[in-house]
Every structure is written in C-alpha cells, then in structure tokens.
Design a protein around this ligand. Structure first.
Ligand code: ZN
Length: 363
C-alpha cells in the first residue's frame, strides 16, 4: 500500500473548545483580526473569541457576505493594515468567513501580490497564522487548505499546501445549535458531498476511505434525526464530526464533478452551496459505475434520491436550456473532471443538469 496524508492543522475538538483552550489561541500572537458574519453574534462564538483574547489587540470584520468575491480580499487588507501588523487571522463562521480569512492571511503576508496571484501557488509560500472556528457543520474548511472565492462570476478554489492550512481549528458543535432547518440541511449536504466525492474520487486512498465512510454513515443515520430534534446536542455533534472528517478527506482528494456542476446553481440561481452540489451526487454515482459507487448506493438503501425526498429537498427555480448550455461549457473545463470516475463529455454534462431539473424543479 502506498499513500500520502498531509493535514498539518492542530484540531481542538469539543464543547467549549475556545474558552477551555484560550492559552493556546493567545500564544499565537498579539494582534488578531477576526473575519466573521452576523451569525457569530447570535450563536455565542464571537463572545467566546473576544473573551479568550481579552487584553490582546483585536480587530473585527463582521460583514463577510456569502460566496465572497475576490475583490473583497484587498479591501479587507487595506482596511486593517494601516493601524498595526496583524499576527493571526481568525475565520469564524461558515465556509465564507473561513475561506476569506485564508485569502486575507496570504495577502497580508505578501503585500506585493495581486489578489489574482492567490491562484498561482508558485508566487507565495507564506501567510499570517490562520485559525478557523466553524459555526456551521458542513464546509470542513477548518481542516483544509482550500479557499473558494467568486472570480468573474465563477466559484474558484485556490490552495497552497505550504501556507493555507489553518494552524489551529477549534471545533465546537454547540455553535451550530441555533442554525435553522434550511442551513442545517444545506451545510450537512456539503459534508455529505465531500465525503461521497472523496470516497469515489480517483485520488482516494485507504485512509481517506475510512474517514469518508464514517462521515457518510453519520450523516445518513443522524441528519434525519437531527431535523426531527434540532436541539439535540448529540445529533449536532455527530454532524459536526462528520463534517470535519469529510474536510480531512477532500484535503487529500479534492472535490469531484458534483462540486463543479453545483457551483453554477449557486452563482446563477442563488442555491446554497451544499444543496446545489449534493443534488448531482446520484448522477455522479451512476455515471462512475464503479464498485465503490455501488457501496455508497447500498449504504443509502439503494437510492440517494429517496434519502433526499425523506429530508424534503426541492428547488424553487427554473432552469432553461440556455442556462444548461452555458453551464456545460464552464464545467467542461473544470479540473474536477480529471479526478472523477466515468466519462464527462458535453452530452454527459448536459444530461446531468437535465436530470437535476427533472428530479428537483418539477411542480
Ligand atoms: Zn463543498
């Protein structure tokens, strides 16, 4: 057996992780920049971070939008560099604040870069220290090197194994208890996509398979129960755990074609990332036509579509043939296809979009 596994992030996991381990956070530096959104005020996570950093110099950027555009990164950098030199950038929230924090950490440490150089990993090797604290359960960004930004209307990920993994991830499921049903579903489906895509990926290893299988089993078993009992700490914890495992998977395998397909529904139709991606998984599994894809189908009792029906997935959007033609062109050049089992020519990609339209957009 030959394989590599690289995940240099220290994971501090459990209820109360930030406050119980405040000295570890404080030891990273004197000047902290917290990148977050509005929900961190409601779920208690921002209070915890501020309490943990009492006496340190702390600046807060709290208006991170969903699907952050690349132009935002230099704006944040210039807003926060004139007062002091930041040592640590904390991404606090869902994927958007964490991915923004990674990009800001690189640009602050490499002021000579043009923001688009983030996508050329040969141009930089360092970043400010990155700390990620997820408050949703799905993105897994706290344990990956990836940052996905919107560039010219397309979602595009960059990464650099030398410097974009977080130094520390504080993973506390209790921040996810206040999430509403829709966000709970869409983020959990992102984790499911990471696990499933990573499992069938041509880049999968025996080690990522163990993590991916455990993540899938947890989501299959506990997401429906969580939706019936959204305040259950036990179910919240199971989904957070699955999300982190699935993040560790894609840190090795990257995502596959369902992510490339789903990005279009997010940028052009406003469908949340995890939901937009997961609806392509049944097609991806069938088109893979591998033993591992069959194993996944069996885990979901033969039909992932039935699982989606049980948790009540539907899209209230129209998809036109012109939309499909445009998206197929975009996906046909995506790097994700190389690691996806099965053929993905123009006809197959068109078929994937049509199947999703038939299955989820009908009256
Ligand atoms: Zn994702």
């Amino acid at each position: 057996m030959n394989m590599n596994f690289f995940m240099p992030t220290k994971v501090i996991y459990g209820k109360g992780a930030v406050l119980k381990n405040r000295e570890i956070l404080r030891s990273l530096g004197e000047h902290f920049l917290v990148i977050t959104g509005k929900s961190s005020m409601k779920n208690g996570s921002l209070d915890d971070v501020l309490e943990a950093l009492e006496g340190k110099y702390v600046r807060i950027y709290d208006t991170t939008p969903e699907n952050p555009p690349i132009e935002l990164i230099p704006e944040i950098c210039s807003e926060f560099t004139d007062t002091t030199d930041i040592d640590v950038v904390i991404g606090l929230g869902g994927g958007s604040p964490m991915d923004t924090a990674k990009a800001v950490a690189v640009l602050l440490d490499n002021p000579q870069l043009n923001v688009r150089d983030l996508y050329d990993a040969t141009k930089y090797t360092s970043a400010k220290k990155i700390v990620c604290i997820p408050t949703t359960a799905g993105t897994g960004s706290e344990v990956t090197q990836f940052s996905v930004l919107t560039v010219d209307g397309r979602k595009m990920g960059f990464s650099n194994n030398k410097c974009t993994f977080p130094t520390i991830a504080f993973v506390d499921y209790s921040y996810t208890i206040t999430m509403g049903r829709e966000l709970t579903i869409s983020t959990a489906l992102d984790a499911l996509s990471h696990a499933m895509e990573g499992y069938i990926s041509l880049n999968a290893t025996p080690l990522t398979d163990v993590l991916a299988m455990e993540a899938m089993k947890n989501i299959k078993e506990f997401l429906p129960r969580l939706l019936d009992d959204p305040e259950s700490e036990y179910y919240r914890e199971r989904i957070m755990f699955a999300s982190m495992l699935a993040g560790m998977v894609i840190a090795q395998t990257s995502t596959t074609v369902a992510h490339a397909l789903g990005y279009n529904l997010t940028t052009d139709k406003g469908i949340k990332h995890g939901l937009a991606t997961a609806i392509f998984l049944p097609f991806e599994l069938r088109n893979a036509n591998t033993e591992k894809a069959e194993t996944v189908k069996a885990l979901f009792d033969g039909s992932l579509y039935r699982f989606y029906e049980d948790i009540g997935i539907k899209l209230n959007i129209d998809i036109s043939d012109d939309d499909i033609e445009k998206w197929v062109k975009i996906v046909s050049t995506a790097s994700h296809i190389r690691s996806t089992p099965g053929n993905y020519d123009i006809d197959t990609l068109t078929e994937a979009f049509k199947e999703v339209r038939d299955m989820f957009c009908s009256e």
